[in-house]
Structures are given as C-alpha cells and as structure tokens.
Design a protein around this ligand. Structure first.
Ligand SMILES: CC(C)(COP(=O)(O)OP(=O)(O)OC[C@H]1O[C@@H](n2cnc3c(N)ncnc32)[C@H](O)[C@@H]1OP(=O)(O)O)[C@@H](O)C(=O)NCCC(=O)NCCS
Length: 205
C-alpha cells in the first residue's frame, strides 16, 4: 500500500533508508523530525522540519509516521510514546522486498530492499528487517527486534522482544534467540540464546 506522505522520526542513516524505501514505493512527500532541529536542517536529500513536540502537534498533516532509530530500546521508547499520544504508525516495505501475503509485519516495522519474509512469519511492532535479510516461514519476531543486513533466520526461528541479530548472521531453524540478546555479525547460531546474552562466532558462543 502506498503511503503518500510520511513523517520520519530520527534523521540518521537508518532514516535515509526508510525514506528511500518509501519513495521507491510511491511516497511523494517525505520529511524528518529530530530533536537536533533547528540546528540540523536536512538529512541528506530530505528536510528536517521540526523536533519531537512539533511531530506531536503536526502528525495529522502526514498519512504515516514512523520511528527511524536503530537502537532497539530507544525505538521502543519513542514508539510507545507515540502510541500513547494516539499517533498511528506506518509500516514501510520496499517494493523490492519479497514479503509474503501470508506473512504479517507489525505497526512501525520496516522491510528493506532484498529482504525476504516467507509465509506465516509474523513480527511484532517496530521490527527492522534490514536489506537482504531472510526471515523464513513460520518465524516469530517480538516487538523491537532488528534483523541486520543479510542475516538469515531459518524456518520456525523465534527472536524475542528487543533482540538484535547482526549483519550476515545465520540462525538455524527452530532456534530461539532470547529477549534482548545480541547475535554478533557473521555468527552461526545453532542452539538457543539465553535472554540478554551476547553470542558470536561459528558456532556462536
Ligand atoms: C558482537 C558485538 C556486539 C560485540 O561488540 P563489542 O562488545 O563492542 O565487542 P568488541 O568490538 O569490543 O570485541 C570484543 C572481542 O570480540 C571479538 N568480536 C567482536 N565482534 C565479533 C563478531 N561479530 N564475531 C567474532 N568475534 C567478534 C573482537 O575481535 C574482540 O576479540 P579480542 O578480545 O580477541 O580482541 C559486535 O562486534 C557485533 O558483531 N555487532 C553487530 C554489528 C551489526 O550487525 N551491525 C548492523 C548495523 S545495521
């Protein structure tokens, strides 16, 4: 579904990729809000037009609002604050992401170019499925999870709330990555990761 106008909270690199995905999908008006405004007036190709309070005042001017903050805990806090303020959150899917019609992404989630999300995969809110990441069939991703570029989750993987799977990591089918855990870049996860743990390497420890 095309979002015609989008307000993005967080004028950084992740926001640029969300902007690009939205534009590719036909969005015509794109602005950023960031607490660095008014010192920060643009985010590369796009204007920064206000701060957090301005977004709360003006969100109805835009068809969609999305939080573009890579840190899972900060994204969670901002998204909860927007929800409590009654601001509906947009979901942005790049047209070159292959998201199955039988998969479901939660509010405020993104899937970037080259991502694959296969049937019966489900995510919570505010989830990042980054460029080229693969989320196989029947995966379950909690709120505020980040699957980094080129990471690959086999079928029936569970990634609990706030966990982060690093660039190019692979997670064997059926494994659970616990709440708030971190999987290092390039890791091969072959057994469950306890909540809050950081694992890395091949096999991941
Ligand atoms: C795993 C990770 C979180 C560890 O970060 P950290 O705690 O700051 O670790 P450090 O950089 O201090 O490194 C500590 C040790 O772990 C090693 N290490 C770090 N990351 C590693 C990884 N992904 N795989 C294997 N070893 C790793 C370092 O070489 C270092 O080893 P040494 O003590 O023998 O010198 C981080 O390196 C990582 O992989 N983050 C994911 C990045 C990513 O995917 N970004 C996506 C952005 S979209």
């Amino acid at each position: 579904m095309t979002i015609n106008s989008l307000a993005i909270l967080g004028a950084g690199g992740h926001g640029k990729v969300i902007a690009d995905a939205a534009l590719f999908g036909g969005c015509r008006e794109l602005v950023f809000f960031d607490d660095a405004w008014p010192a920060k007036q643009d985010n590369g190709n796009w204007p920064v037009v206000g701060d957090w309070s301005a977004l709360l005042e003006r969100h109805r001017d835009y068809e969609g609002v999305i939080v573009a903050i890579g840190a899972n805990d900060v994204r969670m806090a901002k998204q909860i604050a927007l929800r409590e303020a009654g601001v509906p959150l947009a979901t942005v899917i790049h047209p070159l992401a292959a998201v199955s019609p039988f998969a479901a992404l939660g509010a405020g989630s993104v899937a970037f170019a080259g991502a694959v999300v296969n049937p019966d995969a489900r995510t919570g809110d505010g989830v990042i499925i980054n460029s080229g990441a693969v989320v196989e069939h029947d995966c379950r991703l909690g709120d505020w999870v980040h699957i980094s570029p080129r990471a690959c989750l086999g079928g029936n993987v569970t990634v609990e709330e706030g966990a982060w799977v690093g660039i190019g990591a692979v997670v064997k089918q059926g494994v659970t990555v616990g709440r708030g855990a971190i999987v290092g870049a390039g890791a091969a996860v072959v057994s469950d990761v306890p909540p809050g743990a950081t694992v890395m390497g091949v096999p991941a420890r």
